[in-house]
Design a protein around this ligand. Structure first.
Ligand code: ZN
Length: 103
């Protein structure tokens, strides 16, 4: 629970006390202003979270594309890695494919 919501709850609990209408209205206006400020802060934080998630998603997709490009190079043919085999035969999956966690 935030400070604003705690203050709002406490003020509303006090609302039952015999206060003058002007004071009550002032307090209610203050509560509404505090709640609106809190709402604006939450909306701003949500926009920041959305931007961060979008950036993370783009970075994840870019990294996955690089991994896919490496996998496309290191393909197996008759049990040998076509990319790594340049002279001595390199069994498939080669060290690169195994490092990527592929079988
Ligand atoms: Zn390879």
């Amino acid at each position: 629970m935030s400070d604003v919501s705690e203050r709002a709850e406490a003020a509303l609990a006090d609302y039952e006390e015999p206060l003058g209408w002007t004071l009550r209205e002032d307090r209610l206006i203050g509560i509404v202003r505090d709640l609106l400020a809190e709402l604006r802060r939450l909306e701003r934080d949500k926009r920041v979270d959305n931007r961060i998630n979008l950036t993370i998603g783009r970075e994840r997709d870019a990294l996955q594309a690089k991994i896919d490009a490496v996998k496309a190079l290191h393909t197996g043919r008759i049990g040998m890695c076509e990319y790594c085999t340049d002279g001595p035969l390199v069994p498939y999956p080669c060290d690169t494919i195994q490092a990527l966690g592929e079988p």
